[in-house]
Design a protein around this ligand. Sequence first.
Ligand SMILES: NC(=O)c1ccc[n+]([C@@H]2O[C@H](COP(=O)([O-])OP(=O)(O)OC[C@H]3O[C@@H](n4cnc5c(N)ncnc54)[C@H](O)[C@@H]3O)[C@@H](O)[C@H]2O)c1
Ligand SMILES: [Zn+2]
Ligand SMILES: [Zn+2]
Length: 387
Amino acid sequence: MRALTYHGSGDVRVETVPDPSLVAADDILLRVTATAICGSDLHIYRGKIPAMEHGDILGHEFMGVVEDAGPEVTRVKVGDRVVIPFVIACGKCFHCLLEEFAACETTNTGRGAILNAKKIRPPAALFGYSHLYGGVPGGQAELVRVPNANVGPLPVPDVLADEQVLFLSDILPTGYQAVLNAGVGEGSTLAIFGAGPVGCMAAACARMLGVETIFMIDHNDYRLAFARRAYQVVPINFDEQDDPAGAIVEATAGRGVDAAIEAVGFEAKGSTTETMLTTLKLEGSSGHALRQCIAATRRGGTVSVPGVYAGFIHGFLFGDAFDKGLTFRMGQTHVQAFMPELLEAIGDGRLAPEAIISHRMKLADAARGYAMFNAREDECRKVVLTP
Ligand SMILES: NC(=O)c1ccc[n+]([C@@H]2O[C@H](COP(=O)([O-])OP(=O)(O)OC[C@H]3O[C@@H](n4cnc5c(N)ncnc54)[C@H](O)[C@@H]3O)[C@@H](O)[C@H]2O)c1
Ligand SMILES: [Zn+2]
Ligand SMILES: [Zn+2]
């Protein structure tokens, strides 16, 4: 089969690789009909995720048709059209029973990314996301082996097109969890840092839940313009306004927003010092966007972080967070927990996540899709690939 494989920083290729096959009795084999490139894939593409090996198949946002199923698969059958969550969970362990699927204790053979690991178990395995997360081949491919198929795959009705439901695999639940973690709702004020796909899905979910004012911060004007049109955000371009948090506090009667969502992650564009510290690996993550979130949030408010972080941040301003009595919530998304209700919201028209798509390409052109999404070329917001 053909699949998108990793060969080092900035080097991904579509190659012929061996077809996957069923291994465990509860595996399915999926024929992929649509897959997308995620901001998380860009961290890999830029060589920032360790434990990647030559030839690893990328991709964790995908859907398709069940081609074959092991004897213990009961939830889906051959021929079903399903969306696959990027988190691989067993459904039975301590964390799965709490619906904390991203913390599943049984699926990851890797060690996770924690530095001070002591003896803690690793979190769930993820599709196509390095050997820290199990080294499981991803879905930017013609075929994928999907383990734990009685827990993950969500059957979708034929009346909904692939593009309408594809983002149930990751960015839509991620935006939704970020908004739930932010604790906002009817009449709230919210700041979203990052106008990428995750920030936009958070904006869509915040609108659905009745959030009144959404400030959105980025420096890609075309992304801010889209979010303003689609989700009526108040855009702030940080190339023009060098203290977005200050502007937000001023615009909210000197108080700050009820919550801030950090949808940027550890490669946040910050000061030259921060870029230097992260380049020298003295610092695992740039703390710029996170500090802005802390500064923009009102006393007693919440900072919600779907953006991916790793290792140390020195300039964290924990004292400011303490003084303001902030709550922090963060982490990988417990995708399985939110898929059914979000599918319903798509079905009845409350959500239309496909609006984020800017580019449709063949899987064969995936390398060009990565380069374009990474460089924000051609006003790229989200790339969908079809085999
Ligand atoms: N928690 C999860 O389960 C989960 C799931 C999916 C994605 N993610 C993470 O979410 C983050 C965003 O993903 P995406 O697909 O939207 O990525 P993206 O790279 O397309 O978007 C990030 C946006 O942030 C903007 N940005 C950079 N520095 C900034 C700053 N200092 N302030 C404000 N904006 C800034 C960029 O210009 C860009 O538009 C990534 O870190 C990704 O890994 C997490
Ligand atoms: Zn993702
Ligand atoms: Zn589990």
